[in-house]
Design a protein around this ligand. Structure first.
Ligand code: ACO
Ligand code: ZN
Length: 308
């Protein structure tokens, strides 16, 4: 069953005892009754305030704070348990393959089927900062790309994105997160850029799964604007939406919506036409913020996922 089909079923499934609710009001009811349980977590050297509810197993629901092993992402109720765990834990980086390294930055690819517990722990953790996303326990269908800052103590997770092994809808990213202590430093744009580098290697265009959060949309808009306007600025001669999409792996709809929101596109005689006034481009580029941390595609060692 694909994720999409599963969601359809989940959406039409009505819980026992709630037969008179339709799916939408049931969801609303569930949202309303979900109380944010865990208010902070410890992860590596940080104590982090959480943002949203996450459905941890019932035995953890009365905890105010959880203690995570920053390497295997197991979570514990008490600091002493974590200290004991850290003495035994053999992980110093996420399980799976290191597919990118540049300076102290590394990316690891984790297969949810081969590392189920890690994948589930990551989903519990991520849901604390993701609002609209449904948590799926079938991590089998996902690959997780974990961004780490590495030093002599190990590789410390900064953020991640997940990606379906096969997406019918053409999604190249399911969920993205930069852990709060690392936000606003350009890691988000690095992760977004990385997801498009993977799509380029697959020779596909991609788009993030919807809905996007406010911060997600801001980050994507900033990324799309910078990438597209950099090309338009340098290009001489005609350039089509399709060419822009092929060069960047950004889906044509996202190219159009970005250019439309910047009022750089007009619809003339049944065709979209890009207007590229240099001064206007420069102004939009400035407003799009910093480029973020750059991905060096020559340092990506990766082949697209194939079922073994
Ligand atoms: N206030 C205003 N603008 C912001 C903020 C903020 N708090 N955070 C990010 N932005 C905007 C800015 O334009 C920023 O660029 P700039 O710093 O050059 O101005 C841009 O987004 C991206 O900044 P980065 O530093 O590259 O991104 P960051 O590492 O902070 O990660 C992310 C962005 C992943 C969206 C992060 O905010 C996050 O994890 N949020 C919580 C989870 C979430 O909402 N994820 C997206 C859900 S949608 C999906 O998963 C498909
Ligand atoms: Zn551990």
């Amino acid at each position: 069953m694909t994720r999409h089909q599963k969601r359809k079923i989940d959406e039409t499934h009505v819980e026992e005892g709630h037969e008179d609710f339709d799916a939408a009001s049931l969801r609303e009811h569930e949202e309303f009754t979900k109380v944010k349980n865990i208010s902070k977590i410890e992860l590596g050297k940080y104590e982090i305030d959480t943002w949203y509810f996450s459905p941890f197993p019932p035995e953890y629901s009365s905890c105010d704070k959880l203690f995570f092993c920053e390497f295997c992402l197991n979570f514990l109720k008490r600091k002493e348990q974590l200290t004991r765990h850290m003495r035994k834990c053999t992980y110093k980086h996420p399980p799976g393959d290191e597919i990118y390294r540049s300076g102290s930055l590394s990316m690891f690819e984790v297969d949810g089927r081969k590392n189920k517990i890690y994948g589930q722990n990551l989903c519990y953790l991520a849901k604390l900062f993701l609002d609209h996303k449904t948590l799926y326990y079938d991590v089998d269908f996902f690959l997780f790309y974990i961004l780490c800052e590495c030093d002599d103590r190990g590789c410390h997770m900064v953020g991640y994105f997940s990606k379906e092994k096969h997406s019918e809808e053409g999604y190249n990213l399911a969920c993205i997160l930069t852990l709060p202590p690392y936000q606003r430093k350009g890691y988000g744009k690095f992760l977004i850029s990385f997801s498009y580098e993977l799509s380029k290697k697959e020779m596909k265009v991609g788009t993030p799964e919807r809905p996007l959060s406010d911060l997600g949309l801001l980050s994507y808009r900033g990324y799309w604007t910078r990438v597209l306007l950099d090309i338009i600025k340098k290009h001489r001669g005609n350039l089509s939406i399709k060419e822009l999409s092929d060069m960047t792996a950004i889906k044509t709809e996202d190219v159009i919506s970005t250019l439309q929101s910047l009022e750089l596109i007009q619809y003339r005689k049944g065709q979209h036409v890009i207007c590229a006034d240099p001064k206007l481009l420069e102004r939009h580029l400035k407003a799009a913020g910093k480029g973020g941390l750059e991905v060096d595609p020559t340092k990506l060692i990766w082949t697209p996922y194939k079922e073994q």
